[in-house]
Design a protein. Structure first.
Length: 311
């Protein structure tokens, strides 16, 4: 027999009502939202690192300015999401500690290196494309603060995807070496982008419950399929070959058949053993340590100000 609070809560969710911070919510709902929103925020913050690597090496001033704006947007997305998570009773310091200690996850995709300028285009086109696919449904999430943060974030993501595709358009129309650089980038980023949507549905531990609570609107495989169906024609438009020999249009399904991602690689990367996991966490821990003097100054100033008010 379901606890009456739980039943009333589920009825609100089923009726499509938004749950707001001060209202009753089941502990499981609160916990999974803290888990997902904080990890989403970590993804945004860590996601700045692969791109930041190319700000000083962008080929033109215009590309540098665009990349700066995009990386700055990601920082803002992280802050909106940390604020949304704080409404659930977790502190910013706790979330940072979970990231720095390796306890918390962030999107697997950011553990791959950005080796060439074409990677910056591939990240915009594929990574932000996948992020949009996954974030648009989150605008309808049952938890108010998360849904509202997503509305703002999705608006900015479309610029991110567009500028990435534009970089690749220029390069495939350039020299044969530039076109080869784009193909090499697609070869390295295609499969990790498909893995962004999470494990296959039968291996997803949270999906069923997250869908019952209308946190997740679509299953991982559903969004992955949508992403492939939308992206393959774009790759063809660029004159590129998608690195999947099993990729084939399936008429009656009305979508592409494609091979299974390498799930062993995926679980290895999210367990902390990807190509750049150590480098990414070192960078975040260093940023935290380098910023200690500034945090201490703010705290000292706040205490002095409080002391003056109290006197
Ligand atoms: N990277 C890292 N961990 C992942 C993952 C990925 N791509 N996909 C799944 N996982 C983890 C889950 O977090 C969970 O582990 P946990 O219990 O320790 O948290 C485990 O694998 C099982 O996966 P599930 O499918 O059961 O987990 P979820 O129901 O949480 O689904 C998700 C995974 C679809 C990523 C979901 O968490 C989600 O929608 N998160 C919010 C969106 C998000 O984080 N998107 C990343 C986009 S990158 C970005 O935003 C930056 C962009 O702007 C450039």
């Amino acid at each position: 027999e379901m606890d009456p609070h739980e039943r009333a809560f589920q009825e609100r969710i089923d009726a499509g009502q938004k749950i707001e911070p001060k209202e009753w919510m089941s502990e499981g709902y609160r916990k999974t939202l803290i888990r997902q929103i904080s990890q989403h925020a970590h993804s945004e913050i860590v996601g700045q690192l692969p791109e930041g690597n190319w700000i000083t090496r962008a080929p033109t001033l215009e590309r540098k300015a665009i990349l700066l704006a995009k990386v700055q947007d990601e920082a803002g997305h992280g802050l909106y999401l940390y604020c949304a998570a704080e409404t659930l009773g977790v502190s910013r310091d706790e979330m940072y500690e979970q990231l720095h200690s390796g306890k918390a996850k962030y999107s697997s995709i950011f553990n791959y290196p950005t080796l060439t300028w074409a990677d910056i285009g591939a990240i915009g086109w594929l990574v932000d494309g996948a992020a949009i696919m996954n974030q648009v449904p989150l605008q309808r999430c049952s938890y108010g603060p998360y849904a509202r943060a997503m509305v703002r974030i999705c608006k900015e993501e479309s610029f991110h995807q567009r500028q990435g595709f534009d970089i690749l358009m220029k390069m495939v129309k350039g020299t044969p070496a530039q076109k080869a650089m784009v193909q090499d980038s697609l070869n390295r980023w295609w499969w990790p982008s498909l893995m962004m949507f999470g494990p296959s549905d039968d291996a997803s531990v949270h999906s069923a419950q997250s869908m019952a609570w209308k946190i997740k609107q679509n299953s991982n495989d559903e969004l992955r399929q949508k992403f492939v169906d939308q992206t393959v024609p774009q790759a063809e438009y660029l004159g590129l070959t998608v690195p999947d020999p099993d990729l084939k249009w399936n008429e009656e399904k009305g979508g592409y058949d494609f091979a299974e991602p390498d799930w062993e690689e995926f679980f290895n990367v999210i367990a902390g053993n990807g190509p750049c996991n150590a480098e990414r966490l070192d960078a975040r821990r260093k940023a935290w340590d380098d910023g200690a003097w500034f945090r201490d100054g703010l705290t000292a100033h706040a205490e002095k100000a409080a002391g003056r008010r109290a006197a």
